[in-house]
Write a new protein. Structure first.
Lengths: 128, 292
């Protein structure tokens, strides 16, 4: 029992302010990760959340647009993520916690741009 | 994540227990100070009497509270001393409000959670104090503006000597009605007329009777310390004292700026309360084939 409790407490230490701006994160499955590779369709740099839309092509050539949710512009700025970092057409591999209901959307955890630069949107909560 | 943790607690048949941590001597002194007074107004008047009524600022004595600030503690808890989700908050809740809190936590543990903020409502006071994101504090001789980026929530603290509106003209306000005075470099605030709400998502509820007393002091160039007593007889058996700390963020390239916050500007952020009482996105634009 003590070990179980320690595990739960340990989890709390890892908590980030994920999806904290204006809604609960219950719609995302925080125990799963989905990673897709595609090209940026649009970077919606908005409050209370930003959305990075990525067009992902399957082997048959069908395109699905995925939406990756992050915090708003000020938190992304603190994480070093500018609107200009993801112009339409930018190649990207991006990872997030997927929606529980299967819709092509996720809570954005990390991304690597085609040029190799990495982005961590949750770093925006660090105080520095 | 929160629901999974609380769900795990339920699965292991653990029950939430009172925070075991013993308050520091300094915190206990502040708790005891609040308990001495029956109302927030009485505590505020005590501080004002101690300060001989306070001394108004002029433009030469306005303290430098400029910069961009954010709360130091993680946003989940009202009291920064609560660091575990396995503990109840440090508040001394009335039985009814302890029941309401446990009922809420039980639902969150089952994945049922909806925050009125999802309706684009402001957090309001006193929740304002613990909302994340950016804050600005603007001091003028007769009025102080305390600004939270989220929902453009600005509190106005009148330090020109006025009192609150009469009881007959009072009505619940998102940020309440705040009056204050200066005791040297300390700003003392009394806030009343607040709307009912919750201290944070997994924290207790407060009623329309909640009133707060705050003492704000910049203790070093990058630290703002705020001592807060919340009085709310229907919800709290005694005043809930906490110390909130805000840190100034480095902004050497001036890239951090507070912009107008339009909660409804992006349809992809629309969240609705489902039939089961939890939260879900209403309708994404990017899954609509006509939008391609």
């Amino acid at each position: 029992m003590r070990r179980a409790l320690a595990g739960v407490v340990g989890l709390t230490a890892l908590l980030t302010a994920q999806a904290f701006a204006h809604h609960s994160a219950v719609m995302f499955d925080d125990q799963k990760e989905v990673t897709v590779t595609g090209v940026v369709k649009e970077f919606q740099y908005t409050n209370p959340h930003s959305w990075l839309l990525v067009d992902v092509k399957d082997e048959k050539g069908n395109v699905t647009t995925w939406g990756f949710e992050a915090e708003g512009p000020s938190t992304l700025t603190r994480a070093g993520i500018r609107k200009s970092d993801f112009a339409a057409g930018t190649e990207i591999t991006i990872t997030g916690n997927p929606m529980k209901d299967g819709r092509p959307a996720a809570a954005w955890i990390r991304a690597t741009r085609g040029d190799g630069k990495q982005f961590d949107p949750r770093a925006g909560f660090a105080i520095k | 994540m929160i629901s999974r943790i609380l769900g795990a607690l339920a699965a292991t048949a653990l029950t939430l227990t009172a925070t075991a941590q013993t308050p520091s001597a300094e915190k206990q002194r502040m708790i005891d100070l609040g308990v001495e007074f029956k109302t927030a107004r009485a505590l505020y008047d005590h501080f004002k009497q101690e300060a001989n009524g306070g001394k108004p600022l002029d433009w030469r004595s306005v303290p430098d509270w400029t910069g961009i600030w954010t709360r130091e503690a993680q946003p989940f808890f009202w009291d920064p001393d609560q660091t575990s989700m396995t503990a109840l908050p440090t508040a001394k809740l009335t039985p009814e409000h302890e029941r309401l809190l446990k009922e809420k936590l039980d639902k969150v543990g089952k994945g049922i959670e909806f925050d009125p903020l999802s309706n684009c409502e402001p957090a309001g006071m006193p929740r304002w104090l613990v909302e994340p994101f950016l804050k600005e504090f603007v001091v003028t001789p007769l009025e102080v503006y305390l600004i939270n980026e989220m929902q453009n929530e600005m509190r106005r603290v009148y330090t020109d000597g006025r009192d609150h509106p009469s009881e007959a003209d009072a009505y619940p306000l998102w940020e309440g009605d705040s009056i204050g005075f200066w005791n040297g470099d300390k700003l003392v605030i009394h806030t009343s007329q607040m709307r009912a709400g919750q201290y944070q998502r997994i924290q207790p509820f407060y009623t329309e009777q909640v009133e707060t007393v705050e003492i704000w002091q910049k203790t070093d160039p990058a630290t703002m310390v705020v001592d807060v007593w919340a009085f709310d007889p229907p919800a709290l058996r005694e005043p809930w004292y906490t110390r909130q700390v805000y840190k100034q963020l480095s902004n050497d390239d001036a890239s951090l700026r507070i912009r107008y916050w339009n909660c409804g500007e992006n349809q992809n952020n629309a969240v609705e309360k489902t039939d089961t009482g939890t939260s879900d996105f209403s309708n994404f634009t990017f899954t609509d084939k006509d939008d391609r």
